[in-house]
Design a protein around this ligand. Sequence first.
Ligand code: PEP
Length: 253
Amino acid sequence: MSSRTPLIAGNWKMHKTGFQAVEAASQLKRLVEDAADVQVMLAPAFSALFQVAQALKGSNVAVGAQNLHWEKQGAFTGEVSSEMLVEAGCTHVIIGHSERRLFFGETDASVNRKIQAALSAGLIPVFCIGETEAQREAGETFSVLDKQVRDGLKDFVFDDLSGIVVAYEPVWAIGTGKTASREQAQEAHQFIRSLLDTLFGKPFASAVRILYGGSVKPDNVRALMEMPDVDGALVGGASLDPETFSKLVFFNN
Ligand code: PEP
């Protein structure tokens, strides 16, 4: 178990209308109101952000977006800026999720600009990285992670990055029911932390939270969280049902 305060984050992807999201968020708020020594974050769709943030006001559940544009404003049809997210009530934003990389052409360079935009607006970026199944089978896991971290965090210095959260999400484990073993997760997290140490120094590397994501469920969360470099979870499918998600928040019980 790490000494960093764990973060359990739910990514609702393109699920739940505004009304459905408020209902689920309100239920979660009640279920986790007694959670101690753990942070909770929910990332609904853009259209539900404001309503969910209102419903969660004063609770211990933070609100995050699933993406943002790096520009402050302009002719970028369909995009949403950091300032818009802050006004809607977000404190966090997921950046570089593998579905954005796979389906929407997100690159390490765009991820880098988005992290910059988020930090400038005071949002906490949840910076996602992870290898595909083919890359793992080809023995490229560490080189893929190395490139994603170096390019995603290019030109930043230690001070800029304070508060950033990294999420290791092996693509082969997302939405597939295949979870990385806790040893595989720990090995990747340790690699990422030591790379962050090389790039930004020990104080940063030992404070940064590295979440694991990929088919996290109530029956595997505890084993994962027991690993020394696993500081929380980024959860897709199991975050949709408030009862199930609350079991992840109470992973220690
Ligand atoms: C995710 O999309 O970030 C994710 C981890 O999804 P799931 O928990 O469904 O594998």
